[in-house]
Design a protein around this ligand. Structure first.
Ligand SMILES: C[S@@+](CC[C@H](N)C(=O)[O-])C[C@H]1O[C@@H](n2cnc3c(N)ncnc32)[C@H](O)[C@@H]1O
Length: 293
């Protein structure tokens, strides 16, 4: 098991709840800035207490802007007043979490990278034994279903399991259903969709049982959940850490590398990289794809 249980990221917010320093005379604007800063940190601490979602792992500027725009729109711009509302109103909490967790995804996202996985990685991994795949930050499952579809097509006889994990319960629920919109399949090869999906209402597509049987989904916080060392052959973590601050991003990459067996692969988003990959024991055989040595 991984011995990493708590990301350093939370310590970044340790100032929440600290007394607000009084401003020297004539420095009123700076004082106001401090008040704004502290009410955001206090909000993050309180939200974590309410539902276990840690906003301090995200880049502050972007996240704070999203939250303040949202609370203003909901008619409660004061963060100190909005938090109690979240504590007592599950629907409001759901709507809020929907707003702050960025769930954008689609099938065959970054198609060249998916092509490398299809042609190079999966045949090689299948030749070595059962293939255990993890979509870490899976949203509503488009990435995991892409991988399952490709496995059905290119390594039909391999023993494949694909797990998806996401912080957002509602996305996990959707992922379990395996239904996608026409926009979701925009980049997907048509023959693959016709072969492994069946038509669903509103021009959508529902995964066939042979695809679904490879998949399972779970709700979890990648930065906190227990992760079993060397339990995965291929880990996808794309477009999840781009919203994290660097500390949280590095902590998550460290955990994901720990979850890989030697020889396993970590696939990251096309604007992402693992800090000090060599020191972390990784080679980089393909763009944005690392291999554990
Ligand atoms: C932009 S989506 C990426 C989906 C997919 N990997 C892709 O590239 O299309 C990012 C997902 O990461 C999830 N996420 C963010 N922080 C997380 C955490 N700490 N633990 C688990 N999931 C997290 C969000 O809920 C969101 O669904």
């Amino acid at each position: 098991m991984s011995n990493i249980t708590t990301p350093g990221a939370r310590s970044a917010g340790a100032r929440a709840g600290a007394p607000i320093p009084s401003a020297p005379a004539g420095t009123q604007p700076a004082f106001r800035a401090d008040v704004a800063k502290d009410d955001y940190l206090a909000f993050c601490e309180e939200l974590y207490r309410i539902c276990g979602v840690d906003l301090l792992q995200y880049k502050r500027q972007q996240m704070e802007r999203r939250i303040r725009t949202w609370t203003a729109r909901r008619g409660t711009p004061d963060l100190a007043l909005y938090c109690p509302r979240l504590a007592v109103d599950p629907e409001e909490l759901d709507a809020f979490l929907d707003r702050v967790t960025i769930n954008v995804s689609e099938m065959w996202r970054h198609p060249e990278q998916i092509g490398t996985v299809e042609k190079q990685l999966l045949p090689q991994l299948a030749a070595e034994g059962p293939v255990r795949i993890w979509s870490a930050g899976c949203s509503y499952g488009a990435e995991a279903y892409t991988l399952a579809t490709i496995c059905c097509a290119v390594i039909p006889n391999a023993r494949v399991t694909i797990k998806g994990t996401d912080l957002d319960r509602r996305m996990v629920q959707r992922a379990r259903e395996g239904v996608f919109t026409p926009e979701d399949v925009r980049q997907a090869p048509k023959d693959m969709i016709n072969r492994f999906f069946e038509p669903a209402p509103r021009n959508g597509w529902k995964a066939k049982p042979e695809v679904k049987r490879l998949l399972s989904f779970e709700n979890g916080d990648l930065l906190r959940m227990r992760i079993q060392s060397e339990s995965q052959d291929l880990v996808f973590c794309r477009n999840t850490v781009i919203y994290f601050n660097q500390e949280a991003r590095d902590a998550l990459h460290e955990r994901l590398v720990d979850s890989l067996r030697p020889g396993g692969y970590l696939v990251v988003g096309t604007s992402e990289r693992v800090t000090n990959a060599r020191e972390a024991g990784l080679s980089s055989p393909f763009p944005f794809i690392y291999r554990k040595l």
